[in-house]
Design a protein around this ligand. Structure first.
Ligand code: SF4
Length: 407
């Protein structure tokens, strides 16, 4: 510490004393380079070690992006389609069932479902999809529906937020992705998407879900038009929610994929973060959330696999999922692929000198690989908690989208 800028050293010393980092201090750290950046990364790695030790986790999961039809029009999105575009799609119940079957056959413990927002969708469609998935695979954990999708369902059904979330939970919803967060600052959000839910509504949906026992991830999308202050404010807000509810399972920095987006091509946004920005955001996330959120996840889809591995030395401890299918980042220009095999994740984790472990969505360890390619701890029995009570569903899979007016 004696060789770096004393104002940075003071903040890093404070972090090493397990003290809370302020927004102003976060902003300072988000601008560091050279030795100061190296020191920041080392401190983030040390706090990671204190929080979770040397295990790096991953989940075997399958994404299902059930529709790309969306009216919202976020400028950073390359995925959305109008209903009349030739590559617009809506998956039928049968197609969703087939994807769930594929997930099970490939060892998945989770399906992750997010999609576009068709304007005239049946408000009960999200519930019906959950029932179809649970009928096919009662044991699978369903991680689904961003706060924006939940708001869409609430508005279409006329139910209260609580009623809607309880209905989804009873239909098999396990946890929700804390996406649609982008940057939790309404000035920035107005630039990114005029129609996206505002910060108070995002917070209300997340905190209501947490209070109903539906945990969520928390995310940030960076590397576009935001300033360091927005990132630090975002982290402070996530931290304050976690202090209140304890419902976040992990924090996931998501670098902006720019290539096929209006925000980059027309509005002059940055072409995504640089590698050093990626390191800084992961490291500062670890420092600002220390003591409140233990798990910091890399998105290998956004970072690329090699930079994702490097971020494991900057405070991260989770490799995210195998995915098996990924359409949203790919449509925006991501090139890391749609599937990362567990064996490859373990190879990358061993290379870091750390210990790979397969986890459940909510971070129970299912298999710890204490020796290369040898599973020594069998599945945690708590994993199958959701297996029993929905298996009697009588829902008959049919075409789910007949209620949508294609406009
Ligand atoms: S990010 Fe989601 S809500 Fe926004 S346009 Fe794309 S699909 Fe629609």
């Amino acid at each position: 510490m004696s060789t770096i800028d004393p104002s940075v050293a003071r903040i890093l010393d404070k972090a090493l004393e397990d003290k809370e980092i302020s927004v102003e201090e976060g902003v300072k750290l988000l601008g560091v380079r050279d030795f100061e950046l190296t020191a920041l990364v080392l401190v983030a790695d040390e706090l990671r070690r204190r929080a979770v030790g040397d295990i790096i986790t991953y989940v075997v999961n399958r994404n299902i992006n059930f529709t790309n039809i969306c009216y919202v029009g976020c400028k950073f999105c390359g995925f959305k389609r109008r209903p009349d575009e030739p590559d617009a799609y809506l998956r039928s119940f049968e197609e969703i069932e087939a994807k769930v079957e594929d997930a099970i056959n490939r060892g998945a413990t989770e399906v992750c479902m997010q999609g576009g927002l068709p304007r005239n969708m049946d408000g009960y469609l999200y519930r019906d999809i959950l029932q179809v998935v649970k009928k096919k695979a009662p044991q699978i954990h369903i991680h689904a529906y961003s706060p924006m999708e939940i708001l869409h369902g609430v508005e279409l059904t006329g139910l209260s937020l609580e009623e809607y979330l309880i209905m989804l939970k009873e239909a098999g919803l396990g946890t929700i992705p804390g996406t649609a967060a982008e940057i939790l600052d309404d000035e920035v959000r107005r630039v990114l998407s005029q129609n996206k839910l505002k910060v108070p509504m995002w917070v209300k949906i997340i905190t209501t879900a947490h209070k109903l026992g539906i945990r969520s991830t928390a995310t940030i999308m960076y590397g576009h038009v935001e300033k360091p202050r927005h990132i630090a404010n975002h982290l402070a807000l996530i931290r304050s929610i976690q202090k209140e509810t304890g419902g976040f399972t992990e924090f996931v920095p998501l670098g902006f994929i720019h290539e096929n987006t209006f925000l980059y091509r027309k509005d002059g946004a940055k072409p995504g973060p640089t590698g050093l920005e990626d390191l800084r955001v992961h490291a500062v996330s670890r420092l600002m959330l220390h003591g409140y959120i233990k798990n910091l996840q890399v998105s290998w889809v956004k970072l690329g696999i090699k930079l994702a591995q490097l971020c494991m030395n900057a405070g991260a401890n989770d490799f995210s999922g195998t995915l098996m299918e990924e359409n949203i980042s790919k449509a925006a220009g991501a090139t890391a692929g749609e599937y990362l095999a567990p064996e490859e994740m373990r190879r990358l984790i061993w290379d870091l000198g750390r210990i790979p472990a397969e986890r459940s969505t909510t971070y129970e360890l299912l298999k710890v690989f204490n020796q290369k390619e040898e599973a020594v701890t069998e599945a945690n029995p708590t994993y199958t908690e959701a297996a029993s009570h929905e298996s009697g569903s009588s829902l008959t899979p049919t075409l789910p989208f007949s209620g949508i007016t294609v406009t």
